[in-house]
Unconditional design. Structure first.
Length: 436
């Protein structure tokens, strides 16, 4: 009887808990305010994070998406993607320059203007939206005029001060939060997130589909979207200077592998570095001419290993690498490789490739350390073939070979018959070769 009472009591407890679950779910079913941050330069990776936050907010029927901003600017192409998504969003977008001391400069200015509601913390600034290259260089007048017209169009779409939007691009002006409020650049100044949401509660905004919604923000659950480790790492990789360095290091690693075949470490390292560089290039606005010049430079550096001693191919590869760096990125994007990085990397690759070529030449010129008797009848593989002449790897060293038999072919297995100085007389080992 006692056991039955315990079982009955346990069932009652379970049923009571099950009854509470729906009530709890109904309490937390209120649409949340989703918070994401633009912290640091705007890149294709951070742009994808912001666009993904809009998609998530729409899918979940969020009360609003709050974008907290502290950025020096970034890619023009990424900025346009984000602003376009904001203007067409079917969820309220709240842009907020925060915390105190933050800024929304350059491309960040237009992202702030692209929100349904734009706000700033008291000691923040906005403006200085003139397009520049990543190393601070000037862009063409055509690019500036295009950016100014785009800024004016965004400000007009959101009912903000058009004059400031244009002057921030053409003259590079920057203003404080108080000045921005007085000039109609933003809608309000709020010291913190909770105050901002409380002040906006009950306000009306027009969404991308033309419908008008009333904000219900006070007391709404706030969910902060944390940046993933993968996004943080990828954001660091997507940098034109780092991309150029990765390309150079990857090429050097492959040169080491070609100079010392069979080791594997150089090849593996080179492939990894080039894949990282390829990922970065896939996200950045590159030009076809720049990519073709990169391939030409890599081919010339590798060719130097097979025609060592002259240095002509290595020099040509360095020139092609410098020109590739100059033409690699689209001018309108504001991207450019800094001159110190460009010249330093090209010089380092020139020195390294020439040194490797000299080392290969010297290793080929050295007499074999083993006695002739130890070499005779050894079977080796032909790695380079030109008629009856070629090269073969003998115990990790590259030797010139020739044959009196049918022409050599790459991959053929040959037997060493004699050594004449630095050239080995060989014959094919496979009867199939003899019959050809």
């Amino acid at each position: 009887m006692g056991g039955r009472r315990w079982a009955l009591g346990l069932c009652c407890i379970v049923l009571a808990l099950l009854a509470v679950v729906p009530a709890t779910a109904s309490v937390t079913s209120e649409p949340p305010v989703i918070v994401t941050r633009l912290d640091g330069p705007l890149s294709p990776v951070t742009a994808n994070v912001l666009i993904g936050a809009v998609d998530d907010a729409e899918a979940r029927g969020a009360a609003a998406l709050l974008v907290e901003i502290d950025t020096p600017g970034g890619l023009v192409t990424s900025m346009r993607e984000v602003v376009e998504r904001f203007l067409n969003a079917n969820v309220p977008i709240l842009t907020y320059v925060a915390p105190n001391g933050a800024r929304a400069a350059s491309a960040g200015t237009l992202i702030v203007l692209g929100g349904n509601v734009a706000a700033m913390a008291p000691t923040t600034t906005i403006g200085a939206a003139t397009p520049v290259t990543l190393d601070g260089g000037q862009v063409g007048e055509k690019v500036v005029n295009d950016a100014a017209s785009y800024a004016e169009a965004v400000a007009e779409a959101r009912g903000r001060d058009i004059a400031f939007a244009r002057r921030s691009v053409e003259a590079g002006i920057s203003i404080t939060a108080t000045e921005a409020l007085d000039q109609g650049v933003i809608d309000l100044v709020a010291p913190n997130r909770l105050t901002l949401l409380a002040q906006l509660d009950g306000a009306s905004v027009v969404l991308g589909d033309g419908s008008t919604v009333t904000l219900a923000l006070e007391g709404a659950p706030v969910e902060v979207r944390e940046r993933s480790l993968t996004s943080s790492l990828l954001e660091r990789v997507v940098d034109p200077n780092l991309t150029f360095v990765l390309l150079a290091l990857g090429t050097l690693a492959l040169l080491v592998e070609f100079a010392n075949p069979g080791v594997g470490a150089g090849g593996i390292t080179g492939v990894i570095l080039l894949l990282l560089a390829g990922f970065s290039l896939s996200l950045l606005p590159t030009t076809l001419v720049g990519l073709l010049l990169l391939l030409l430079a890599a081919g010339l550096f590798i060719g130097e290993l097979f025609v060592p001693g002259t240095g002509v191919m290595a020099a040509g590869g360095s020139v092609a690498l410098v020109i590739a760096g100059l033409f690699l990125f689209d001018d309108s994007s504001g991207l450019a490789i800094s001159q110190p990085v460009l010249l330093g990397v090209a010089g380092a690759v020139l020195i390294a490739s020439t040194a490797l070529a000299v080392a290969v030449r010297n290793s080929q010129a050295l007499p074999y350390r083993l006695d002739d008797e130890q070499m005779l009848d050894e079977v080796v593989e032909v790695v380079v073939a030109h008629g009856d002449q070629g090269q073969a790897m003998v115990n990790g060293e590259r030797w010139h070979v020739r044959t009196d038999e049918p022409p050599l072919e790459r991959g053929m297995l040959v037997r060493i018959l004699e050594r004449h100085g630095l050239t080995l007389l060989v014959e094919p080992t496979d009867d199939d070769w003899r019959r050809r």
